[in-house]
Design a protein around this ligand. Structure first.
Ligand code: ZN
Ligand code: ZN
Length: 287
């Protein structure tokens, strides 16, 4: 199957970066091995090449308010079989709670699987399904998110961004919160900050000093924590709402791939947990 070139390129650069970090950051190896096998499973099973087929159902770019995609309108019944294949193909590198949730979801009925996908797309949570399948909610929610995110990323590439992208705190394309923040220089602006979507991986410009969760800035807003071992990644901690996300400074390390460097800096998440901070959006592996 052919994949849209833009998505394909991004995925191979993520895999390359994960392999590099395996060597540089051995303590993150189990996570990175699982991430690499997840990328392979997503490549084999998920069907972003067919994304154009789903676009008419979800394209809301003509509606007055963002987001441009309403992914909860996907015909989930038609995706049920591929979702089952994704759950059945869960690699041996998966942590046991995820492997266990995958076994339960592949044995469940089609309606339960459609409900799992819908719950993730509408942000309503999977507690009911977790009770019914006797597994933990977080690993169960990982399954539809891991399965649908390649499709979301491909669809996101197909919608035309607004002429002047709104500086919203959530993804203007799919409505999800940001996963990570990225700093880079542009020809006409130094240190531009972009937020990267936790679901479709779209990036959009956002003011540097503003908390994307509560809007606080100045003395009430962000402060930063850096770990010397990885100076290009820092925690952006909000003093008002006590949430955080990491920012990756591409001016310090041009080889970084933000979503992968986020996964590989688990010590920053542990530090944040010790400070009673909550991540704005856990990454695909639940960190
Ligand atoms: Zn998005
Ligand atoms: Zn805040």
């Amino acid at each position: 199957m052919t994949r849209p070139p833009a998505v394909d390129q991004r995925w191979s650069s993520r895999a390359r970066r994960a392999r590099t970090l395996l060597t540089d950051r051995p303590h993150a190896a189990p996570l990175l091995h699982f991430y690499l096998s997840l990328l392979e499973l997503q490549t084999d099973v998920c069907a972003p090449a067919e994304a154009a087929r789903w676009l008419p159902s979800v394209d809301a770019s003509g509606e007055s308010e963002p987001p441009g995609l309403r992914l909860e309108r996907l015909p989930l019944g038609e995706l049920s079989d591929t979702f089952t294949a994704f759950c059945r193909g869960m690699p041996s590198t998966a942590p046991e709670p995820i492997a266990c949730a995958a076994r339960a979801a592949s044995a469940a009925d089609a309606e339960t699987r459609a409900n799992l996908m819908l719950a993730v797309l509408t942000g309503s949570g999977v507690d009911t399904e977790a009770d019914a399948l006797a597994c933990q909610p977080a690993p169960l929610a990982f399954l539809p998110r891991g399965f649908l995110s390649p499709l979301a990323e491909a669809l996101s590439d197909l919608v035309t961004p607004p002429d002047r992208a709104p500086r919203t705190p959530t993804c203007p394309r799919c409505g999800w919160p940001p996963q990570v923040s990225v700093l880079d220089d542009e020809p006409d602006a130094q240190g531009t900050r972009r937020l990267v979507c936790a679901f479709c991986a779209a990036a959009w410009i956002f003011p540097r000093s503003v908390c994307p969760r509560c809007g606080a800035s100045g003395d009430e807003g962000l402060r930063f924590h850096v770990d010397d071992a990885m100076p290009h990644v820092r925690v952006e901690e909000c003093r008002s709402c006590r949430h955080y996300l990491k920012s990756v400074d591409l001016r310090v390390s041009g080889l970084a791939v933000p979503v992968v460097d986020d996964l590989a800096t688990v010590e920053l998440d542990l530090w944040a947990a010790e400070q009673d901070l909550e991540k704005i959006a856990p990454n695909v592996l639940g960190l």
